[in-house]
Design a protein around this ligand. Structure first.
Ligand code: DAH
Length: 332
C-alpha cells in the first residue's frame, strides 16, 4: 500500500497538470480522489490493519490526498484564468480595433446623414460653418428677435448654464444662433449651412431626445425672395431624397423669420414628413447682426437630422441612436 501511495503521489500531479480543460480536470479529480479512487479504497481498508501499519498508511494517505488536492487546485486556477481570458477576448468591444471586414469602422448614422446633407448643399454652392454648443442668450434668442420674456421662448425648453449673469448662457436650443455668428461682422452674400448638436430639456422617448442634431441654412444676398427659398428647398429635396420626392411649405411662426413656414416633404407613396422650419430672415435679425435690411434680403431654414436619419433606415426609436450598442450601430 505504502509503495502504491508513494507512486500515486509522483504520477498523479503531472497528470493533473496536463489536464486540458476544466471538464478533463474534474474527471481526473474524481478518478484520483473520488469515492471509487485507490485512495478511498485504501482508506476503507485502514480498519483491517494493525495499529502501526494503520498509522503509517493513514499518514501517507493524508499526505497524498493533500498533494493531489493542491495539484487539482493549481491546475483549476490556471484553466479558469485561461477560460476567462478567452471569454473576455470573445466579448471585447474595442471600437478602435480593426476587425476583419470592418477595418476602418464607420460613421454613426446621424453623422452619415449630416455629411450627406452637407454634400448636397455644398453641391448647390453652400459652404459649411459651425458654432459652439454653449451659447449666449443673445445669440440663441435675443439677436433672433425673441424679446426678453416673450412667449415665443416657451417654444424651447431651454437648459441654462451656470455662467455669467443668471440666464445669460444656454446650451443652444437650435442651430439658428450660428446664423447670428455668421452674419455678425461679415459682409453678405452668405450661402451657408450649419449643422450641429442642440439641447432641450425633454424626457427621452421614441421620438424625442434632450440632445439631437439640426442643420441650419442661411442665404443672404441682393433681391432674395420667398420663391428662392421654395426653389432651394425643393431642389434640396430632390437631390437628397430623390427626384420622385416633392416639398411643400405651410404657414407658421418663428420670431426670426417673416413670413415663416413649415417645410414638409412628400414621399413617392404620397405620405408627408415634416422636416423643419423656414422663412425670410426678419429685418430685425439682419439689423441685430449689422446688416442693412434695405439692401440685403435672405431666407433661412432649419431641420432635425436624427428623425431624418432614423426614418431613412427604418429605426423606430430615436433612443437607439444614443445607446452606443455595437450590434445596433454596425447595421448602418
Ligand atoms: N430654429 C427652429 C427650431 O429649432 C427651426 C427654424 C425655423 C430654423 C425657421 C430656421 C428658420 O432657420 O428660418 O425650431
Amino acid at each position: 500500500m505504502l509503495e502504491n501511495i508513494a507512486a500515486l503521489e509522483t504520477t498523479a500531479p503531472p497528470r493533473l497538470a496536463a489536464a486540458g480543460s476544466l471538464e478533463e480536470l474534474a474527471t481526473l479529480e474524481s478518478e484520483l480522489l473520488g469515492k471509487k479512487s485507490v485512495l478511498a479504497s485504501y482508506k476503507s481498508q485502514l480498519g483491517g490493519l494493525d495499529p502501526d501499519e494503520r498509522r503509517a498508511v493513514g499518514g501517507a494517505l493524508n499526505r497524498a490526498r493533500l498533494t493531489l488536492e493542491d495539484a487539482v487546485l493549481a491546475r483549476r486556477l490556471v484553466l479558469e484564468r485561461d477560460q476567462r481570458r478567452l471569454q473576455l477576448n470573445a466579448e471585447r468591444l474595442d471600437l478602435t480595433e480593426a476587425a476583419p471586414g470592418n477595418e476602418a469602422g464607420h460613421l454613426h448614422l446621424v453623422t452619415q446623414a449630416m455629411e450627406t446633407l452637407e454634400d448636397v448643399f455644398v453641391g448647390m454652392g453652400f459652404t459649411v460653418a459651425e458654432g459652439p454648443e454653449v451659447e449666449t442668450d443673445w445669440n440663441n434668442f435675443g439677436a433672433l428677435n425673441f424679446p426678453p420674456d416673450h412667449p415665443a421662448r416657451d417654444m424651447y425648453d431651454t437648459l441654462y448654464v451656470e455662467m455669467g449673469e443668471p440666464g445669460s448662457t444656454v446650451l443652444r436650443t437650435h442651430t439658428s444662433p450660428v446664423q447670428v455668428r455668421v452674419m455678425s461682422g461679415q459682409e453678405p452674400p452668405f450661402y451657408m449651412v450649419m449643422p450641429g448638436r442642440v439641447f432641450r430639456q425633454d424626457t427621452p422617448d421614441a421620438t424625442h431626445m434632450p440632445v439631437f442634431h439640426q442643420i441650419e441654412g442661411l442665404v443672404v444676398d441682393r433681391n432674395i425672395t420667398f420663391a428662392d427659398l421654395a426653389g432651394t428647398l425643393d431642389a434640396f429635396t430632390k437631390a437628397f431624397f430623390g427626384g420622385d420626392f416633392t416639398s411643400r411649405l405651410r404657414p407658421s411662426y418663428f420670431p426670426f423669420t417673416e413670413p415663416s413656414a413649415e417645410f414638409d416633404i412628400q414621399r413617392p407613396d404620397g405620405s408627408w414628413l415634416e422636416l423643419g422650419g423656414c422663412g425670410m430672415v426678419h429685418p430685425n435679425v439682419l439689423s441685430n447682426c449689422g446688416i442693412d435690411p434695405e439692401h440685403w434680403q435672405g431666407f433661412a431654414f432649419g431641420f432635425g437630422l436624427d428623425r431624418l436619419g432614423a426614418s431613412a433606415h427604418g429605426v423606430a426609436d430615436l433612443r437607439d441612436l444614443f445607446t452606443n450598442d455595437i450590434r445596433f450601430l454596425s447595421q448602418f
